[in-house]
Design a protein around this ligand. Structure first.
Ligand code: CP
Length: 314
């Protein structure tokens, strides 16, 4: 099946086959990276603009490195360095970036729907690097890529996502990706942050950590998204940690071969104890590394590349 999408806006809109195509392309790129090949010419002559209107470490650097490995030119800029501080709208900013002959835009924005809006406005590809509490598609893709790397097929596997589900774009994108790949997802945390309506997305909702962790192959921690909460959803961070923080005792409830994940940034001592974040069960830094190959796949495919051209030569 040829790849036909020019934009990557949500996981929700992707079919299982399209997710498989991105993962296969990312696997091929990772094998190239593992061979210490410095650059491949796939995007030579193209300019990728990283436009981040919210802070980022991992996503922004991984997109920049991915574009450079593909031989693209990269321009990265943030809210503070842009004329949005002078009142310029997202629409005008994006149209100016296009007028400056950018070939692709990678957008992070606090408003859900802004990448979709730009994809309808511009004639160049738009990749969503996280839009509000809506979706973070490349994060979910690197997460399932890492899970499959460690565990093989996800079909029938139990994946627990623990923490602030309500305000998490990572949770939403992972729920869509994991359910399409056949995993059984349980979301767990305080009832104020894990409402029952998430069941409509095909997951189990739990407020009981011990029973949720039983039989899990993957435990994914999420931080509390203070920047998106307008009111308090639990009495204090200390009380959240005492009820739902992953510590040594609670980790003993998980199967010994289960992996611990976190999209970052980590709040050590809040959602996860430091020694667990650094333990052998943690694949947190492997997630970050896999983010480069996954973003290479996203850039390559949205620029018009075909999976077979990379997969079949590896
Ligand atoms: N996981 C993630 O999106 O991290 P950054 O905010 O640092 O990009």
């Amino acid at each position: 099946m040829p790849w036909t999408r020019r934009h990557l806006i949500t996981i929700e809109e992707l079919s299982r086959e399209e997710i498989e195509q991105i993962l296969a392309t990312a696997k091929a790129f990772r094998s190239i990276l593992d061979r210490r090949v410095k650059r491949v010419p796939a995007l030579r002559g193209k300019t990728v603009v990283n436009f981040f209107l919210e802070p980022s470490t991992r996503t922004r650097i991984a997109f920049e490195m991915a574009a450079k490995f593909l031989s693209a030119e990269v321009v990265s800029f943030s809210a503070a360095a842009s004329s949005t501080t002078k009142g310029e709208t997202l629409r005008d900013t994006a149209q100016n970036i296009q007028a400056l002959n950018a070939d692709m835009i990678v957008l992070r924005h606090s408003a859900a729907g802004s990448p979709l809006y730009l994809s309808r406005l511009l004639h160049i590809p738009v990749i969503n690097a996280g839009d509000g509490a809506h979706e973070h598609p490349t994060q979910a893709l690197l997460d399932v890529f890492t899970m499959r790397d460690k565990l093989g097929s996800l079909r029938g596997r139990k994946v627990v996502i623990l923490g602030d589900i309500l305000f998490s774009r990572v949770a939403r994108s992972n729920i869509h990706a994991l359910t399409k790949l056949g995993a059984h997802v349980t979301v767990v945390g305080p009832s104020t942050l894990v409402p029952y309506w998430f069941e409509h997305l095909g997951v189990q909702v739990s407020h009981d950590l011990r029973s949720a962790l039983a039989d899990a192959s993957v435990v994914m921690l999420l931080r509390i998204q203070h920047e998106r909460q307008e009111s308090s959803h639990f009495p204090s961070l200390g009380e959240y940690t005492s009820m739902f923080g992953l510590n040594k005792t609670r980790a003993s409830w998980i199967k010994p071969d289960a992996i611990i994940m976190h999209p970052g940034p980590i709040n050590r001592g809040v959602e996860i104890d430091s020694d667990l974040a650094d333990s052998e069960r943690s694949v947190i830094l492997q997630q970050v590394t896999n983010g480069i190959a996954v973003r290479m796949a996203a850039l390559y495919l949205c620029a018009g590349g075909q999976p077979e051209a990379v997969v079949n030569v590896n």
